[in-house]
Structures are given as C-alpha cells and as structure tokens.
Design a protein around this ligand. Structure first.
Ligand SMILES: [Zn+2]
Length: 264
C-alpha cells in the first residue's frame, strides 16, 4: 500500500517511525486533514508556531534611511522565521502565514506613521499594534494610505492572480483599523515596462531594473490628503521602495516612508 501523497509542507522528517499500522493510518489521515508544518521553522502540525510568531512580532523595530532620505521601518530581520513565512506565502500560497505577516507589517506601518506610540508598544510585540490607541489623534486629515509596489511580471506569471504584497497591505490595514487607526490600502502603482523579480539581482541591477519603471495613478479624491506609506514584504537594496516612493511623490502623494515585514 502506498503512503498518501505528501507535499513539501507536510513531509515527515526523514526516518520518523510510526508505532503501529493503526497509528500509521491515523497519522496518515491527520497529515491529509491537517497538512501543516510551521513555515518559519518546520515544526510539525502547526500553522505558524508561537516561537516564530514571537520572533517576527516581538523584537525592536528596525529603521533604515535610504539614499533619498526615505525612512524604512521593518518589524524583524529577514534571516530567521520571516524569510520562511514570506516564502511560504509568496511561493507556496500558504495563506495561514498571512495574519502574522499582516500584523508584522502593521507594526512597521505604525513605526512610520505613529512612531511614539509604536515605540511604546514595541516591546510587547503584537500588543504593540493593538496598543496604537487614539491613532486618529495623529491623523488630522485623510488618514494613512498603504501602497504596495506592483508585482513583478515573473511572479504574476508564477501564480496567476496572486498578489502577495496587496494581500499583506490589506491585512495590515485591517489590523490597524481594528486598533483604531484610519488606514486603508490601495494598489495605485503599475509598472510601465517589464520589471524582473529583484531576487537574484545585485545592487546595481536591482536599481536599473526598477528605476523609472513605476507610475502612480492620481490619488482618489477621498484620499487626496492621506499620508502615504509604501509597504512591501522585504527591503534589500531599497531600490523597489525608492522607485515606489518616487512615483507616488511624482503623482502628488505625501509619502511618509516605507514599512516592511523584514529588512535584509
Ligand atoms: Zn515555527
């Protein structure tokens, strides 16, 4: 009898022995019904484990200033569970990684838009997002608008219809609204020429790949006074964030900075 097919996210660690044919059968059924390993660390039978969640959401916010002065705030370093969670979402469609990544992005957005409140809450991880009380006080007009970069053409081909950065932006906006913030997400950027996935390109190639490649639609009237935060999963060279901020500013947006799940 052949074992049930197991995909890459539910493979047993090599050599794990099952105690009996009955537990083997039950174990096989469980693997089919709950086909999960933590995408951050590989732990069996959990969507995203508490340790990885804490590592992505619990550390201090990380701040970088790019060449044009744009502030970038990240929730965690790229090395560690963040890379596994983002990879699981983008490459394997693991939507169970989205809530944690959305919270991580929300935390980084708070660090850009409401730095004092975010600093107070940073030590408490998830509570750092929940603790952004009275954020409307810091938004006299228009609220905060999250804008992801457009998907690269290659990743759109790889997963038809999948736009991970947009899903992250919407998830982060929902978390911040639940915490009392006036926050929404819109995909206002498009690529005006083909852009390759930045992965695998060196710093100079990344810059050339995206420079002048984006164009922003005019802000909708209801969002004309919004403060804009560029959002993405990871910042490496910063080229994508720089181009997104440039295009949005060219369209008249008030860009506060950028927020990302992780910084490489
Ligand atoms: Zn884990």
């Amino acid at each position: 009898m052949h074992p049930p097919h197991r995909g890459p996210d539910r493979a047993d660690p090599a050599g794990r022995r099952l105690a009996s044919p009955v537990t083997g059968l039950l174990g096989g059924l469980a693997a089919v019904l709950v086909p999960l390993r933590c995408p951050g660390c590989g732990r069996d039978d959990v969507a995203v484990c508490g340790t990885c969640r804490e590592r992505v959401l619990g550390g201090p916010l990380r701040r970088r200033v790019l060449a044009d002065g744009t502030l970038v705030v990240a929730s965690s370093p790229w090395r560690g569970p963040a890379a596994g969670l983002v990879g699981a979402l983008k490459e394997r469609g693991r939507d169970d990684a989205l809530p944690v990544l959305g919270l991580a992005l929300a935390r980084a957005v708070a660090g850009v838009a409401w730095p004092a409140e975010a600093a107070d809450g940073a030590a408490d991880g998830v509570d750092g997002v929940d603790g952004v009380d009275g954020v409307d006080d810091g938004v006299p007009r228009g609220g905060v608008l999250l804008v992801p970069p457009p998907s690269s053409w290659r990743s759109r081909r790889a997963r038809a219809g999948a736009r991970p950065a947009e899903g992250l932006a919407r998830s982060a906006a929902a978390s911040l609204r639940a915490a009392g913030g006036s926050v929404t997400a819109r995909s206002l950027l498009r690529a005006v020429r083909p852009v390759r996935d930045q992965a695998g390109l060196d710093r100079r190639e990344r810059s050339a790949n995206v420079e002048g490649a984006y164009r922003a639609r005019p802000l909708p009237a209801a969002l004309a006074t919004a403060r804009v935060v560029v959002v993405d999963d990871v910042v490496t060279s910063g080229a994508t964030v720089l181009e997104a901020a440039r295009a949005l500013r060219a369209a008249g947006a008030d860009v506060l900075g950028a927020a990302v799940v992780a910084t490489a």
